[in-house]
Design a protein around this ligand. Sequence first.
Ligand SMILES: Nc1ncnc2c1ncn2[C@@H]1O[C@H](COP(=O)(O)OP(=O)(O)OP(=O)(O)O)[C@@H](O)[C@H]1O
Length: 278
Amino acid sequence: MLVATDLVKRYGEIQALDGFTLSVAAGEIVGLLGHNGAGKTTFVEIVSHLIRPDGGRVTIDGKPPAAVRGQVGVAPQHIALYPSATVREHLELYGRLSGLRRAALRSAIEDLAAVLRLTELMDRRTGKLSGGQQRRAQAATALVHRPGLLLLDEPTAGADLETRQAMLDVVKQRAGEGAAVVYTTHYLPELTELQATIAVARDGRVIARGSYEELAKDLPGEVRVTLEGEEELRISTSDPAATLIDLLHHAERPISSVDVRNPSLDDLYRSLAVHDAP
Ligand SMILES: Nc1ncnc2c1ncn2[C@@H]1O[C@H](COP(=O)(O)OP(=O)(O)OP(=O)(O)O)[C@@H](O)[C@H]1O
């Protein structure tokens, strides 16, 4: 669905993208991770045709971004709503721009409002909404026309738990219907819930890409064992289950507790030293 190859973008001395390559299939949710300044937003802006790359190529369903703007739903990182327009006016505008009319437009708006808990807020001006409410309204503008490609740049930043859950539910639902989704976040548990595949960006390029299982398979897990009367023993191991069985066989004293920890998404992220980037 989305194919971005070798994207390059410079801002003066700053190399925002330096050979950024990422493909996303229809129905796939890609969790795009990376340190502050890794290039995630720049990538989203290029795919949504807000800025042009200095090099590289993007196609969406085989066409350039300029030709398919109506098939792309974008929720930018920063709130970009018209403060004096109501939520309903925003959704009508975005729906109409993408060709929705009359009954189809009305039902798309009402359905989405219910899912994103916006029904009570529909006739309020967006400038008077709370930060989390604005974020929900902004996400709704990206979703109302059921685009084939969704670009959601930290859609749950600052959101309360209910908003976060509503957002995750609607993203999963849209991917289930066949949308390709790029979902940037710094909140890793969301990606587990979304069953997303992972792309890790560092210094303007994607340095790791695959399912969590693929990327984590070589990472060590940990077995924690406490023998009676002794302190907890922590063993780093690539095969926690086998290590635990081995320990149970060979322990010379009774074991009072065991805990097996498989590598987490957090461990994966740390192993790529993404936190250490400038
Ligand atoms: N309009 C701009 N002018 C100059 N530099 C820019 C501009 N936009 C982005 N940059 C720089 O390009 C680099 C990549 O920024 P980008 O916003 O894409 O990162 P990001 O991965 O989205 O970061 P974050 O996690 O903080 O949102 C950064 O060094 C940033 O300062």
